[in-house]
Design a protein. Structure first.
Lengths: 123, 163
């Protein structure tokens, strides 16, 4: 059988049969090889996480634009306020303190704000 | 001892010696030509064979099946490089086919909200006689379009001519 190698974010390579790898590939781009163990670089993982947040909020912001326009047409002040608050929360989501303060991958995964962004891809 | 040559007497063809039927021809350079289904033309056996196959499980980092692959390198999410055991005779004269097993947990569930998952030959790598770079991506899902994605089964085959 052909050899399968794993390359980390810095271009270091190891045979998959010799490597200890993270339990999932959510932060594959953050994989860092040391000896025979691959761990996840937390700083890089946070960047990947924030990109995921930005991807997730895109369609939610689009949908919220529709909600706001309908509220505008109906001159519904409460609905406009709620929509503005929702859009602000979406825009602020990548800068959440839970992300920057996370000191483990588990805490980083838990930093996904389901009330704002919906189901977590890390659940 | 490995069997490398078989003469007509060693073949159970079902065609009698007195028959003038010819179903397979091997010329002096050992190129095999076989009759078409309709019998009107002949076609090359070698050209119709897959020269490279791989089934890579990116979730578990295992090559589950392969042909003519010396090694596979898992470069990143949805990006892989296979090195051939035997090189092709042309970098360009290859025919790439790819598909995926649309799951990321060994058949436990369909990968979430995927549309048009697919495999492509990596666009920013030059053609090579000795290696193949390929990407697995999703066409669209709720949190991104055309993003790199890892599947439990990443299937690639190549037709072409070996050196």
């Amino acid at each position: 059988m052909a050899t399968t190698n794993i390359m980390d974010k810095d271009g270091n390579s190891i045979s998959a049969s010799d490597a200890t790898v993270p339990s999932d590939r959510h932060f594959r781009g953050a994989w860092s090889l040391s000896g025979t163990t691959i761990t996840e670089d937390l700083a890089v993982a946070k960047t990947i996480f924030m990109d995921k947040v930005r991807e997730a909020r895109g369609p939610l912001l689009d949908a919220e634009d529709v909600i706001y326009m309908k509220a505008l047409e109906a001159d519904d002040a409460d609905a406009k306020t709620a929509s503005v608050a929702k859009k602000k929360a979406l825009r602020d989501a990548p800068a959440a303190s839970a992300i920057s303060s996370a000191d483990t991958i588990a805490k980083l995964k838990a930093a996904w704000d389901t009330s704002t962004l919906g189901d977590s891809p890390y659940a | 001892m490995a069997l490398t040559k078989v003469n007509r007497g060693g073949l159970n063809t079902g065609i009698s010696d007195s028959s003038d039927a010819t179903f397979l021809t091997v010329d002096s350079s050992e190129q095999a030509v076989i009759k078409s289904e309709g019998g009107a033309v002949t076609t090359s056996v070698q050209k119709g064979l897959a020269k490279f196959l791989v089934n890579y499980d990116a979730i578990n980092q295992t090559t589950d099946g392969s042909l003519n692959q010396a090694s596979l390198t898992d470069n990143a999410t949805g990006n892989f490089t296979s090195a051939f055991t035997n090189n092709f005779n042309s970098a360009a004269n290859k025919f790439f086919f790819g598909s995926v097993w649309n799951t990321a947990n060994d058949g436990g569930a369909v990968a979430t909200n995927l549309r048009l998952p697919g495999i492509t030959q990596t666009g920013d790598h030059a053609n090579s006689t000795s290696t193949l770079d390929f990407d697995s991506r999703v066409g669209a899902q709720s949190d991104g379009n055309a993003i790199a994605y890892d599947f439990s089964g990443t299937y690639v085959s190549l037709l072409g001519e070996l050196a």
